[in-house]
Design a protein around this ligand. Sequence first.
Ligand code: S3P
Length: 183
Amino acid sequence: MNETEATPKNIVLIGFMGCGKSTVGRELHQRLGYRLMDIDQIIEETMGKRITEIFREQGESAFRDFETIQLQEISKQTDTRHIISTGGGIVIRPENRALLRKLGYVVWLRAPENIIYERTSRNRDRPLLNAPNAREKISDLLAEREPWYRETAHLRVDTAGLESHELATGILESARYFFAHPA
Ligand code: S3P
């Protein structure tokens, strides 16, 4: 069995913080009626804590464990047709990258560094960027993670200048093609 034939009909959104995964995820959910699963939100609900608290009290590595556990849980589900929105660091672990690919059609949302900085500096709910050198941190993390996003994604989408409904239209067309034409 090749990879595409085995791929469930989920759309998985990956990409750096501030690239619009949650907004595009909501748009896709509204358009398709697929259930929206936001891994960060599921972790917060399961743990009864905000992500900032999890990082502060248990550390980043514990948070990464929760991400892997949630991906494993979703992989076990027999019903598909979900929009799965992920946190920007989910691609750090090789096992997560493999799980993401198996979960469905993986879409990598990208945005220019200055837009990421502008969007993420509006609030303080991203523990990795709560630092005086946030701009440098974004630059370093992006350089580190880009190869992992590239390796994991079936589709790369440059979001600059496009509205979420335009992005959703493009993603939907590509996903339909992908699911209808297994390689
Ligand atoms: C993180 C991204 C966040 C959240 C956590 C860590 C990261 O999600 O999972 O703060 O390592 O890039 P968003 O990408 O939705 O902001």
